[in-house]
Design a protein around this ligand. Structure first.
Ligand SMILES: [Zn+2]
Ligand SMILES: [Zn+2]
Length: 453
């Protein structure tokens, strides 16, 4: 049984044919094309005449009165347009954005746009099991359009028998793209999940968002990552976008199914975990390949220890301030470990005073180096500051009294350092002396900021 794809676009369009249809056929999809919703209805074997008759009977915008009598027929039409002739749901619907051409009769069912169809898919029974892919360069590049089409789907609906209205949320697109590689990858992933349903490994589960059944552990994880990344969490920052739905479409809604939409922070269908950080995050990290340790997981590892160092390249005229290290190790840059609770700049000032006996002003940043240890257990952060003595009016004295921090310090001509004439702990002072002689870039101190924006 091949996965089924409905393409709501003109199949004679070159890009649609090469980037969607040909790719899907190669993957193994059973593909149908329908440039408009009307043709989608016909493709699904619905008698368009019946839909028209139903529309005529339903009248204009009156939702309440004629609802009971028109529900069965409208349900029929709305559901069938998303099912193929064997009465199976399409696995994927690919649509192009843009209003469909108006039909001569201005018939809302037959001239619905891709966005109308999206609402329809999301509102009828089982529609969330269909992966809705909108191919649009406009929408994929426009942040607001992209956001609203993903969130599209809160609408006023009649509630109970009292004639009041409530708001119902139904979700939006699963994907918006104009990248043929991404479209092909999505089609492959949906087909992979479809294939896993046919031959699951071990126990199977149902998706608690869309109700898709028969998914083994790996298929459930892949399915949720692909279909449900946009499910709202506990702290919802943006309300869903409100949309207008034509009353004819409203009548095709299976209310019970919609009202029962579960939240995204329910218990895990595999292990029953209450997933306080969100079900999607739990499923992705605790189950499937990450749960088995085949891929890196966000769970179950300690964050690496951070070792931070501030180093100072302090220049006065043509000289660099270097510290004479303990144990005859040679000369080196002032600097050292950043103490707990201390900032990078404060550590640079403190270390220069302790090791070299000079009060300095930081003037810039030469480099920020972040090096994770290959074990993954620790990481080293080094910031190399540029500085000058605070007092520039006379030749600045430096430390001569030996202590635990150092034997003392000296102002050394950079040409002597570059020439290799000075015993050094490591060649790093040569690197920075050359760097400055070549007048290479010194970054503003503003690149380091402890203020969060
Ligand atoms: Zn699902
Ligand atoms: Zn679980």
């Amino acid at each position: 049984m091949a996965p089924r794809l409905l393409v709501l676009a003109d199949p004679s369009d070159t890009r649609t044919r090469t980037e969607v249809i040909d790719v899907a056929v190669r993957i193994g999809y059973n593909v149908r094309c329908a440039p408009t919703l009307g043709e989608a209805l016909e493709a699904a074997g619905v008698l368009v005449a019946r839909a028209r008759a139903s529309l005529a009977a339903g009248g204009g915008d009156d939702v309440g009165g004629s609802m009971a009598s028109s529900v069965p027929m409208e349900c029929d039409a709305a559901q069938l347009c998303l099912q193929d002739q064997n009465n199976k749901f399409y696995d994927v619907v690919v649509a192009k954005l843009g209003a469909a051409p108006k039909s001569p009769r201005d018939d809302p069912l037959l001239s619905a746009s891709g966005a109308d169809l999206l609402r329809l898919i999301r509102l009828f029974h089982g529609g969330r099991r269909t992966f809705f892919l909108l191919c649009s360069s406009t929408a994929s590049r426009d942040a607001r359009a992209r956001f609203s089409l993903f969130n599209d789907g809160i609408m006023h609906v009649p509630t109970g028998g009292g004639g009041g209205t409530g708001a119902v949320e139904s979700g939006g697109c699963n994907m918006i793209s104009d990248d043929p590689h991404a479209v092909a990858e999505a089609l492959r992933k949906v087909a992979w999940v479809h294939g896993k349903k046919l031959s699951p490994v071990g126990k199977t589960f149902s998706c608690q968002w869309c109700g898709m059944e028969g998914l083994d552990e790996d298929a459930l994880v892949e399915h949720c990552d692909l279909y449900h990344t946009n499910e709202p969490g506990r702290r919802r920052r943006h309300p869903p976008v409100r949309v207008d739905v034509h009353p004819v479409l409203l009548r095709s809604i299976d209310w019970g199914q919609i009202m029962g939409r579960p939240p995204s922070f329910g218990h895990c269908p595999i292990c029953g975990d209450p997933s306080p950080h969100g079900l999607l995050r739990h499923l992705h990290n605790a189950h499937g390949p990450r749960g088995r340790g085949d891929l890196p997981s966000e769970f179950g590892h300690k964050p690496p220890r951070l070792h931070s160092y501030s180093l100072v390249v302090c220049i006065y005229e043509d000289r660099m301030l270097l510290v004479q290290e303990r144990s005859s190790d040679g000369f080196w840059l002032p600097g050292g470990h950043v103490d707990p609770g201390e900032g990078l700049e404060a550590a640079a000032l403190r270390e220069t005073a302790e090791e070299a006996g000079v009060e300095v002003t930081l003037t810039g940043v030469l480099k920020v180096q972040y090096r994770p240890h290959e074990s993954g257990e620790s990481v080293r952060l080094r910031v190399i500051f540029m500085a000058q003595p605070k007092n520039l009016s006379e030749f600045p004295r430096c430390k001569t009294l030996p202590d635990y921090e150092s034997c003392g310090a000296a102002w050394i001509k950079t040409e002597e350092i570059v020439a290799g004439a000075i015993p050094l702990r490591s060649p790093e002072p040569i690197t920075w002396a050359k760097y400055l002689r070549e007048e290479r870039e010194v970054h503003s101190l503003g690149v380091l900021s402890n203020i969060e924006c």
